[in-house]
Design a protein. Structure first.
Lengths: 218, 218
DNA sequence: TTTTAAAAAGGGTTTTTCCCTGTTTATTGG
DNA sequence: CCAATAAACAGGGAAAAACCCTTTTTAAAA
C-alpha cells in the first residue's frame, strides 16, 4: 500500500518528447506519484543522478534511445543504483528484447500502448509487489518459457557471441580468426558446433537466427 | 494561411492510446485545428469514414498498427479519399519506410519525437503548402537521393528478386536452381552480377542488404 | 597428482562458392 | 531481312566453406 502522505518519486528516461511529456503530465495527475525529472537518454540520466541530488524510486526507461540505449542504461543502473526500480518502456513485445531487459534488472516491462488507468496500476504494483508485467508481456514470457530455447540455445559463451557477431558480417572465417586471435580451425570448430546446436545449414541461417534473437542489429 | 473562422479538421489513426490521446489533446489546443475523430487502425478508419459523415482534411496515420497498417491504409485512402492529406507517423526514420509511405500518397512524414510547436507548424504547412517533412526526414531523403541507389540498385528483374528471396534462406544455390528451373551455373551468374552491382562480398552481405531495403522480412 | 572434460588446432575430403570465359537467345538498328 | 549488340544462360577450374575425425593444449574435478 501507499506510504501515507508523501508521493512516490518517478523519473522518465525517454527522448520521444511528446510521449514522454504526456507521460509526465499523466503521472503527475496520479495521487500517489510525481515525476522528479525527465532525461532524454541514459547519458543525461547519469548526469542528473550525479549532479543533482535526485533519487527517484522508479525509473521509466525507454529502450529505443539514440545515445545510450535502454539496455546499457539498465545495466548501469543495476550496478550503480540497484535500489531504483526500473520499468522498461518499449513499442515492441519481442520476447527476446523483453528477456534481455529483464536480465539487465528491469522489474517491469510496459508496452507503449498504455492506458492511463493501467499505468497507475503498474506503478502501484511496482512499488508494492516489486514487479509488474502487462498481460501481453506475461503471455510473451510464458510462450518463451515453454519452448525452452532460452535454456539450450541462448547461453552462449563470450567467444561464441563474438564469433556470431563477426560471422554476421561480410568477413571470411580467416579474417574472423585473425581478429579473434585464434586458428581458422578453431573458428571452424565454433561454426560446426553452433550449426549443429542451432540446426543451421549455413551462414545465412546464422544471420537470420542472430537477428531474430536480437544478438545483432541491422 | 488560415481559412478564417473555421478550424481545419484532423483525424488520428493510431492505436498507441496514450500517445494518440495526448496528440488529440495537443491538437485541440491549437487555434486552427481540431480533432474530428480517432481510429485505432485502418479498418476502424474505413468504418468511420463510411458510416458517419466525417470528412477530415488531414489524417495523422501511424505506420505500425496491428490490424490494417499504415501502408495498406495509405493505399486505400489514396484510392478512395484522395482529397484527404495524409501525414505519416512513425518511430523509425528508415529511408525506405519513408519512401514506401510517400509513394503510397503520404504528403508528410513525422517522426514520433514530436515537439508541440513543430506539430503545429507541420499541420499548417500541410494545409498551406500541401506537404511537410521534418528536418530529419528531409535529410534522410536527401541522402537516399544523392547516393542514387533507388535508380541503380532497386530496379531488379523478376528473376533477380526471386533469387534474392531464395538466397536469403538456408537453401543452397543448387536447390535454388531447381526451384527456378535454371542451371546452377545461371543462378551463379545472378549471384555474381548482383554481388558486383551491390558491392557485396558474400551471401551474408546479400541478406543484410535485402533486409535493409525491405526486400525480405525476417 | 591423476583423471576428465572442454577448448583449441590440425589433416584431409566433399561441397559450395567464386571468377573468368564461352555459348545461346533475344533485341535493336541499318 | 540480317548483322551488331546486349542479355540471359551455362561451363571449367580455383578458392573458400563446410564437414568429419583426430590430436594437442588448457582448465577443472576427483
Amino acid at each position: 500500500m501507499m506510504s501515507k502522505g508523501k508521493k512516490h518519486t518517478v523519473a522518465i528516461v525517454d527522448d520521444h518528447s511528446l510521449f514522454a511529456g504526456s507521460l509526465e503530465k499523466l503521472i503527475n495527475t496520479f495521487p500517489d506519484f510525481e515525476v522528479l525529472f525527465h532525461a532524454k537518454n541514459g547519458q543525461e540520466l547519469q548526469n542528473i543522478l550525479a549532479e543533482k541530488n535526485a533519487d527517484p524510486e522508479i525509473i521509466l526507461l525507454d529502450i529505443n534511445m539514440p545515445v545510450m540505449n535502454g539496455f546499457e542504461t539498465a545495466e548501469w543502473l543495476s550496478e550503480n543504483h540497484s535500489r531504483i526500480k526500473i520499468m522498461a518502456l518499449s513499442m515492441e513485445d519481442d520476447e527476446h528484447i523483453i528477456l534481455k531487459m529483464l536480465r539487465r534488472g528491469a522489474r517491469g516491462y510496459l508496452l507503449k500502448d498504455i492506458h492511463p488507468e493501467i499505468l497507475n496500476t503498474a506503478l502501484h504494483e511496482l512499488i508494492d509487489k516489486g514487479y509488474y508485467h502487462s498481460e501481453k508481456v506475461s503471455e510473451t514470457l510464458l510462450n518463451s518459457l515453454s519452448s525452452d530455447e532460452e535454456g539450450i540455445l541462448l547461453n552462449f559463451k563470450e567467444n561464441e557471441l563474438t564469433f556470431i557477431e563477426l560471422a554476421c558480417s561480410e568477413m571470411t572465417y580467416k579474417e574472423i580468426a585473425e581478429i579473434m586471435k585464434l586458428s581458422p580451425k578453431t573458428i571452424d570448430g565454433y561454426r560446426q558446433d553452433l550449426f549443429k546446436r542451432l540446426k543451421l545449414k549455413n551462414r545465412v541461417g546464422l544471420v537470420i537466427f542472430a537477428l531474430k534473437k536480437n544478438l545483432i542489429k541491422l
